[in-house]
Design a protein around this ligand. Structure first.
Ligand code: GLC
Ligand code: CA
Length: 544
């Protein structure tokens, strides 16, 4: 049966870490690989299965490492390849998987390929990038970094031509019509897989190929290339995964799973803003709607679901009206907005209200898929909207109330970014050491939720059915897998709610709340009532 052979990522919980931000081991004010290694026990204790680390490669850091200058090394600030091998070894020792970013679409303009490409028309590297004599090709492609870029083309003096880039001008797009580029990336994959990593979060995959007359996203040729990477992985490695970053509607993400022969996993972007909408509006409809738009995916493929990540909270997958509403509600200060999104962390977004933070997580975990937790959100860390770009959600992890929040022993002035020290979110209050001691802390409550989520595969793998659809203030979702049933009832409002449920299929079963570990009565043939506290929730396992 499926339960026996389910691959590890199907019922997994991920933890996203920025090495720069996590722990500095050598007092230079910058987090590093040995620092992360020293915190693996903490990560293990959270109950997660897999760490996703942001780019660690040599880079001029114009996009915090997503602009790679050398795919085969480690940024010296972060350590060495040896350190990286140690990280993998130490993680595996603790039964933790590690995946890393694979940035396929573009390199840094400092990459030797681009330097050769622009300098010498006869170099084999000229054709590694997308050049044009004019800047009017592919005009239907949108601009992603709207706040900074005016065009996807930039003129290069040296080449005397324009080059194509979907992100910053310092990130020229690779030319995937050139088979040599595909081969280069296969070598990059091989290098890191041979070092023992468990897979890749493949960055910005929709944009590999450009074609005139299209928006240059999700093209069939792009899927062909991605499938060839998957085939390479399957032929040479076992148990390793590819996770797609395709910020698209579910129907457009579906092809990234192929027939189970493209990506193992894909982020579910559009459900994320709708969780925030639902909690602010006290209305479950946005979630029910987006789930109704979410197709079934092939066997042994899985959605990755999340509340926040290292980027702005993207509002690309909502209507214009919804976007304006989200901005008005969640980003009242212009400084909180970035591109088509919101640069804030989970706790500040949810008014630093622990009930809402736990509700958001409980709602996320109640959906099918593999949840990802963004570092710091498990302790309710704040943000710093005054830092440039997305740096405000990438500040140092807060370990304790010592200088620099225990992140570093460097002088505070030397830190890559200041620790959060506002009244409400100061590291003196919000830190791991403090939270670990307090049984009612967000950290301890998150740990408990994670544990329950993990040990009941029905959450990750089961079918779902929405109930009580007329009672829109609550999200009620029945999860079923084999003979296991979990009824999740979540109150999206700040008022008490009385729910009345009809559960003919479950008559006679006893309900036990997994969160409070309390018996909740038997389901009868008539109505079953539940009383929910403001922003409260139950995860009721229904058994004989
Ligand atoms: C992805 C990353 C983002 C980066 C962009 C360009 O969207 O998540 O941080 O800026 O790709 O590489
Ligand atoms: Ca360091």
């Amino acid at each position: 049966m499926k339960a026996v052979h389910t691959p590890w990522y199907m019922n997994a919980i991920f933890y996203e870490v920025h090495i720069r931000a996590y722990r500095d081991s050598n007092r230079d004010g910058i987090g590093d690989i040995p620092g992360l290694i020293s915190k693996l026990d903490y990560i293990k204790d959270l109950g997660v299965d897999c760490i996703w680390i942001l780019p660690i490669y040599p880079s001029p850091l114009k996009d915090d490492g997503y602009d790679i200058a050398d795919y085969y090394g480690v940024l010296p600030d972060y350590g060495t390849l040896e350190d990286f091998k140690t990280l993998i070894k130490e993680a595996h020792k603790r039964d933790l998987h590690v995946i890393a970013d694979l940035v396929l679409n573009h390199t840094s303009d400092q990459h030797p390929w681009f330097q050769a490409s622009r300098s010498d028309p006869n170099s084999k590297y000229r054709d590694y990038y997308v050049w044009s004599d004019t800047d009017d090709k592919y005009s239907e492609a949108r601009i992603i970094f709207l706040d900074t870029e005016v065009s996807n083309w930039t003129f290069d003096e040296k080449a005397g031509m324009y080059y194509w880039h979907r992100f910053y001008a310092s990130q020229p797009d690779l030319n995937y019509d050139n088979p040599a580029v595909i081969e280069e990336m296969r070598q990059v994959m091989k290098f890191w897989l041979d070092m023992g990593i468990d897979g890749f979060r493949a960055d910005a995959v929709p944009y590999l190929i450009e074609r005139e007359g299209t928006n240059c996203e999700n093209l069939p040729e792009t899927h062909q290339i991605l499938k060839s990477f998957r085939a390479y992985l399957d032929e040479n490695y076992e148990g390793k995964i590819l996770l797609a970053e395709a910020n698209q509607w579910p129907e457009d993400v579906l092809p990234y799973f192929g027939d189970g022969d493209e990506f193992h996993m894909g982020f579910h972007f559009p459900v994320m803003p709708r969780i925030f909408m639902a909690i602010r509006k006290g209305d479950a409809s946005p979630i029910r709607w987006i789930m109704s738009q979410t197709p079934d995916i092939p066997e042994d493929t899985q959605w990755c679901i999340f509340l926040r990540n290292h980027d702005e909270l993207t509002l690309e997958m909502v209507t214009e009206e919804e976007r304006q509403w989200m901005w008005a509600e969640y980003a009242p200060l212009p400084r909180m907005r970035l591109n088509l999104g919101i640069r804030r962390r989970l706790a500040p977004l949810l008014d630093n209200d622990q009930r809402k933070i736990l509700l958001a997580n409980a709602l996320l975990y109640a959906l099918p898929g593999a949840p990802i937790i963004y570092y710091g959100d498990e302790i309710g860390m704040g943000d710093n909207i005054w830092l440039p770009d997305r740096n405000g959600v990438r500040t140092p992890m807060q370990w304790n109330d010592h200088t620099n929040a225990g992140f570093s022993e460097a002088n505070p002035e030397e830190l890559y970014a200041p620790v959060i020290d506002t009244d409400e979110f100061t590291y003196r209050k919000v830190n791991v050491e403090q939270a670990a001691k307090d049984p009612d802390s967000t950290l301890n409550k998150m740990r408990a939720l994670i544990k329950i989520r993990k040990s009941n595969p029905v959450f990750a793998l089961g079918d779902y059915r929405f109930l009580a659809e007329n009672h829109t203030e609550c999200l009620v979702i029945l999860r079923t897998y084999q003979d296991q049933h979990i009824l999740c009832a979540l109150n999206l409002t700040d008022r008490q709610q009385e729910l009345t449920l009809h559960l003919p299929d479950l008559v006679g079963k006893r309900m036990h709340d997994l969160v409070s570990d309390k018996y909740h009565g038997r389901i009868t043939s008539t109505e079953t009532s539940l009383h929910l506290e403001p922003y409260g929730f139950f995860w009721l396992v229904c058994q004989d």
